[in-house]
Design a protein around this ligand. Structure first.
Ligand SMILES: C[S@@+](CC[C@H](N)C(=O)[O-])C[C@H]1O[C@@H](n2cnc3c(N)ncnc32)[C@H](O)[C@@H]1O
Length: 261
């Protein structure tokens, strides 16, 4: 038990230290190169940017208002979303050509002049954030809205490939995560585990050197609880491939069971 208490103390200390790490926001969503290339190809195929210099004024410590924009350039970049309205206004007023990543949620919520290119793509950025992304541009003349399956499918493919490559984790029987319980519940299986059978555990010792934690947290569980979990998972696995009609007990039958219990 002492060992477990020490683990608590270490976890609390780690959480304390985490408080002082800079918080990542969508402004820190750096664009994976393969995502940028898809966007660049889309712009090249759909707008006439032949001979224009492609520029990216948004980077740590950058100052887009004091960037040297030549008449012969086009901005194709992922800007800090928190100031995107200011950026669009700045570019529109100065006729600076742009094709910018934009958060989908606010795309139709802005009075400024631009074409909204709806890609509805979940982009996983370098910091791991998964953000529904679309685009804004002044390269499409009188068009106000463009819905682009081309962008949607190309960006989705990158996202799907990334997800498929993520390592899957298998935890010991004596650990329970919320997603394990969720999986069982989604198959219609009831499960309960007593308080006396669990000890909070947000990271296994084995994970420390890999700098990993248990996603959503978890509990170390007693052998009794591990058997309950295993039985529920077995039932859930049996139901997985079958579309079952679930028969319910009536109140009358419940009363009969109650009378013989
Ligand atoms: C969403 S990130 C994208 C970075 C890079 N353009 C990319 O595509 O990976 C936005 C970047 O803009 C920077 N930034 C913030 N304010 C800025 C400003 N006023 N001018 C230029 N860059 C700025 C942030 O520091 C951050 O690095």
């Amino acid at each position: 038990m002492d060992m477990v208490n020490n683990e608590y103390m270490n976890e609390d200390y780690d959480k304390f230290v985490d408080k002082f790490k800079p918080k990542l926001t969508t402004d820190d969503c750096y664009t994976p190169v393969e995502v940028y290339n898809v966007v660049l190809d889309f712009v090249k195929n759909n707008c006439n940017i032949d001979g224009l210099e492609i520029i990216r004024p948004f980077y740590p410590g950058g100052d887009f208002e004091n960037f040297n924009y030549s008449d012969n350039s086009v901005v194709i970049d992922n800007p800090p979303f928190s100031i995107i309205s200011k950026i669009i206004r700045y570019y529109n007023q100065r006729n600076i050509r742009y094709f910018l990543f934009a958060p989908e949620l606010t795309l139709f919520n802005c009075v400024q002049e631009y074409t909204a290119i709806v890609a509805s793509a979940n982009v996983i950025y370098e910091n791991g954030a998964n953000v529904k992304t679309s685009f804004v541009s002044n390269l499409f003349g009188e068009k106000k809205i463009i819905g682009s399956p081309e962008l949607y499918y190309s960006l989705k493919k990158i996202n799907d490939d990334k997800k498929a490559k993520r390592p899957g984790y298998e935890y010991p029987h004596n650990l329970v995560t919320v997603s394990q319980i969720a999986k069982v519940v989604s198959k219609g299986i009831y499960i309960e585990i007593d308080k006396k059978d669990v000890v909070l555990c947000s990271r296994l010792d084995h994970q420390k050197s890999f700098k990993k934690t248990i996603y959503g947290g978890g509990f170390l569980i007693s052998n009794t609880a591990a058997k309950i979990k295993a039985a529920a998972e077995k039932l859930a696995a049996e139901k997985k491939n079958k579309k079952l009609k679930v028969w319910q007990l009536s109140e009358r039958e419940k009363e009969i069971i109650e009378s013989i219990s």
